[in-house]
Design a protein around this ligand. Structure first.
Ligand SMILES: C[S@@+](CC[C@H](N)C(=O)[O-])C[C@H]1O[C@@H](n2cnc3c(N)ncnc32)[C@H](O)[C@@H]1O
Length: 417
């Protein structure tokens, strides 16, 4: 019989801890807001503001260190996983992106479930749940035939030296061949994941000449302009060397034992390519905690940003069914159907921690919309946590408004079933 999830009490204890939280010197400010949900329904919501997790904390596992637009720091899911679940519980993110929540869950001995409408997410996360050993990667890279005799996509020469582009094409052909023969293994999956993260970037650690990172790849025309402005020509890069260096860095805390532990959890993982409001692969009442961050209206264009990664994978980026509602009402409807689906898969007493940012210079209050959607879908609204933190470059580039005094805030709406 399933262990009852005693979260009603756990959430009370959690709320007390949050109200008294002072781990990073500042004390929590507590307040409340009253939301008029319908003409007859008012909802009181406690607000707790503090720095609940911080860059001063112990660094997260380096396995997280791949880039994805609007990803959150591993400390965010870590905070909730630690306090609201036990080892062996299922933790889900239905908008998983690079997979920060499921990876952090697995690193903390929870069963990772994740889903995203973008198939890229699975390619990014699955290999990091089954990390190979460094020497396996080195041997595999040595065994690849780095000559490419076929045609190369000439338009990509704005990013790459011809020899580098041939090496990238050789790797793409090798991976496609292994896939067709049904021989792709965890080492190949790993190499593909690392390559996806080295396609373009600012430094010699990437395959391209100076460009934007691979999660925000610019168009060919923009790269042509960047090259002209910087008077640059793509230099030759050592593709296997770059892959090996990034592998070393990602694996620097994953010993044989750590990898084996992760693989055990990976065997129970469920990773899906699906819309967040329809995840039939997840059983009713199976999930203890959801930590997630939906797209904030249409702030980020995930399909356009990932076009080069999609090329490498042979996916048509414009066919990705990534919804980008521009209007708040459409976003509200989407959130209501997502939260209804989450209510189905959650255990009684399970918790959703949904992170929303401030968009459109704070004129749009997304947490108010999440609160209305939660009530509509039958979830209880427990509190809003406002995470005050020092200003980060990432936050700035994804359109989250910074508050006064060089800080920015993330809002996490806590809901329970
Ligand atoms: C804010 S990002 C999540 C980032 C994630 N927290 C991380 O740390 O990487 C939102 C994600 O939602 C995905 N997405 C957009 N619309 C979706 C939908 N209808 N269903 C599922 N995923 C969707 C996007 O592809 C993107 O990966």
């Amino acid at each position: 019989m399933a262990r009852p999830f005693a979260s009603a009490h756990r959430l009370d204890v959690f709320e007390q801890e949050i109200a008294q939280f002072d781990a990073f010197q500042s004390v929590t400010q507590s307040t409340e807001r009253i939301y008029q949900i319908t003409p007859t329904h008012k909802q009181r919501v406690p607000y707790y503001t503090n720095e609940f997790w911080t860059s001063r904390q112990r660094q997260a596992n380096p396995l997280h260190e791949i880039s994805y637009r609007a990803c959150f720091k591993p400390q965010l899911p870590g905070f909730f996983i630690d306090r609201l679940t036990l080892a062996g519980d299922v933790v889900l993110d239905p908008f998983m992106g690079r997979g920060t929540t499921p990876l952090e869950a697995a690193l903390r001995d929870r069963i990772p479930y994740g889903s995203d409408v973008n198939p890229l997410s699975r390619y990014l996360l699955w290999p990091r749940l089954r990390p190979p050993q460094f020497d396996q990667v080195r041997h595999r890279l040595d065994s690849i035939l780095w000559r490419h005799h076929g045609a190369i996509p000439e338009e990509l020469l704005v990013f790459y030296h011809p020899e580098t582009l041939r090496h990238i094409c050789a790797l793409k052909t090798y991976l496609e061949g292994r896939d067709q023969e049904g021989k792709l293994d965890e080492v190949d999956d790993w190499i593909r994941m690392v390559a996806l993260n080295r396609l373009t970037g600012h430094s010699s650690g990437f395959f391209s000449v100076y460009s934007m990172p691979p999660n925000q790849a610019v168009s060919v025309a923009s790269q042509r302009r960047i090259n002209a402005r910087r008077q640059q020509v793509p230099p030759a890069r050592d593709v296997p060397g770059i892959l090996l260096r990034k592998t070393k860095s990602l694996l620097r805390q994953s010993g044989i034992e750590g990898s084996a532990r992760l693989k055990k959890l990976a065997a129970q993982a469920r990773l899906m390519v699906a819309r967040a409001d329809y995840i039939p692969e997840v059983q009713d009442e199976s999930v203890s905690l959801v930590v997630t961050s939906p797209p904030f209206l249409d702030v980020v264009d995930y399909a356009a940003d990932n076009w080069l990664r999609c090329w490498f994978l042979g996916i048509q980026s414009e066919q990705l069914a990534i919804t980008r509602p521009h209007r708040l009402e459409a976003w509200r409807q989407q959130m209501t159907s997502v939260l209804s689906e989450l209510r189905r898969v959650m255990k009684a007493g399970g918790v959703v921690a949904m992170e929303v940012g401030e968009v459109r210079k704070g004129r749009v209050d997304l947490e108010e919309t999440v609160i209305a959607s939660a009530i509509e879908s039958g979830l209880h609204v427990r509190m809003v946590m406002v995470q005050q933190q020092s200003f980060t470059k990432t936050a700035r580039c994804w359109g989250v408004t910074n508050n006064r005094g060089g800080t920015n805030s993330q809002r996490i709406v806590l809901l329970s079933k």
